[in-house]
Design a protein around this ligand. Structure first.
Ligand code: APR
Length: 236
C-alpha cells in the first residue's frame, strides 16, 4: 500500500556484500571470502574481541583501509538515482559497513554498523573512527581504553530494527540485492514484506538461501542488473 496521500510506491531495498563485490570488496561466503580467511568467532564476536582485541582491530583496520580506497559501482549509483528520482519513499537498508552507498550519494540505514564509526564499550560514546584503531586508544568522552569498531557482531542486536520493521510493514515493493540470506534478522525481511502485501524481488549472482521466498528473481552481476531494474522502475 502506497504511503498515505501518495499513489507512488514505497520501496524498501536490502543490500548485502554482493553489491560491493564489483567495487573490489570481498564478500563473506563466496569462494575465498572473508569467512574462508578468518574465523568468525575470532574477529566478529564480543567474545573474540575480549579474547584478543588487537586481532579484531587488525581485521577491521584492514577492511577500513580497503573500503576507504574503494569506489561505488553502477549498482550503488543506480540506487542513489532511485532515491532521488522515484516519487515515493525509497528506504535503503544495508548489511554492509563499507560506506559505498553514501559515496554514491544515497542514504542508507546501517543495521550492522559502519567501518568508519568507533564506539566506546564503556560509555557508549560514538565518533568518527581513525583509519587505524587499537586496544589502547582512549575514548574521547570517558578516556577509558575501551574503544571498538562500531560494527554489530554475531550475538549482538542489529541497529534500527524497530524503524526497519515499520518500513517493511508499509512497503509496496521489497528488493534484496547481493545477499546470501544466511544471516537473520535480515534474511527474514522478505517474509515480513510479503506478509504486508509487498511484491518481492531478489537480484543476485546466484540463488540464495531465501530465494524460495521471493516472487521475482533477476540473476546476474549487480552492476548490470540494478541499473536496468532502476530504469524500469522510473519508467513506470
Ligand atoms: N552481484 C550480485 N550478487 C553478488 C555478486 C555480484 N557481483 N557477487 C556476489 N553476489 C552475491 C552472492 O551470490 C551471495 O548471495 O552476494 C551474496 C554475498 O553473500 P555473503 O557473502 O553471505 O554476504 P551477506 O549476505 O551480505 O552477509 C550477511 O553476514 O557475516 C555477516 O555481517 C556480515 O553483513 C554480513 C552478513
Amino acid at each position: 500500500m502506497a504511503a498515505q496521500g501518495s499513489t507512488a510506491e514505497k520501496i524498501v531495498i536490502l543490500t548485502g556484500a554482493g553489491i560491493s563485490a564489483e567495487s573490489g570488496l570481498g564478500t563473506f561466503r563466496d569462494e575465498g571470502g572473508l569467512w574462508a580467511q578468518h574465523r568468525i568467532e575470532d574477529v566478529a564476536t564480543p567474545e573474540g574481541f575480549a579474547r584478543n582485541p588487537q586481532l579484531v582491530h587488525d581485521f577491521y583496520n584492514a577492511r577500513r583501509a580497503q573500503a576507504a580506497k574503494a569506489a561505488p559501482n553502477a549498482a550503488h549509483a543506480a540506487l542513489a538515482r532511485l532515491q532521488k528520482e522515484h516519487p515515493g519513499e525509497v528506504i535503503l537498508v544495508t548489511q554492509n559497513v563499507d560506506g559505498l552507498h553514501e559515496k554514491a550519494g544515497a542514504e542508507a540505514i546501517h543495521m550492522h554498523g559502519v567501518l568508519d564509526g568507533a564506539l566506546c564499550a564503556a560509555c557508549g560514546a560514538r565518533w568518527q573512527a581513525p583509519l587505524v584503531m587499537g586496544p589502547a586508544d582512549g575514548c574521547p568522552e570517558c578516556a577509558r581504553p575501551a574503544t571498538r569498531p562500531d560494527i554489530v557482531w554475531f550475538g549482538e542486536m542489529p541497529y534500527f530494527m524497530d524503524e526497519i520493521a515499520e518500513h517493511l510493514e508499509s512497503c509496496d515493493l521489497f528488493a534484496a540485492i547481493g545477499t546470501s540470506g544466511q544471516v537473520y534478522p535480515a534474511a527474514g525481511f522478505v517474509q515480513e514484506a510479503a506478509y504486508a502485501g509487498a511484491h518481492t524481488v531478489e537480484l543476485n549472482l546466484s540463488d540464495s538461501d531465501t530465494s524460495h521466498s521471493f516472487a521475482e528473481h533477476r540473476v546476474g552481476p549487480a552492476s548490470r542488473l540494478v541499473p536496468l531494474w532502476v530504469e524500469e522502475l522510473l519508467a513506470r
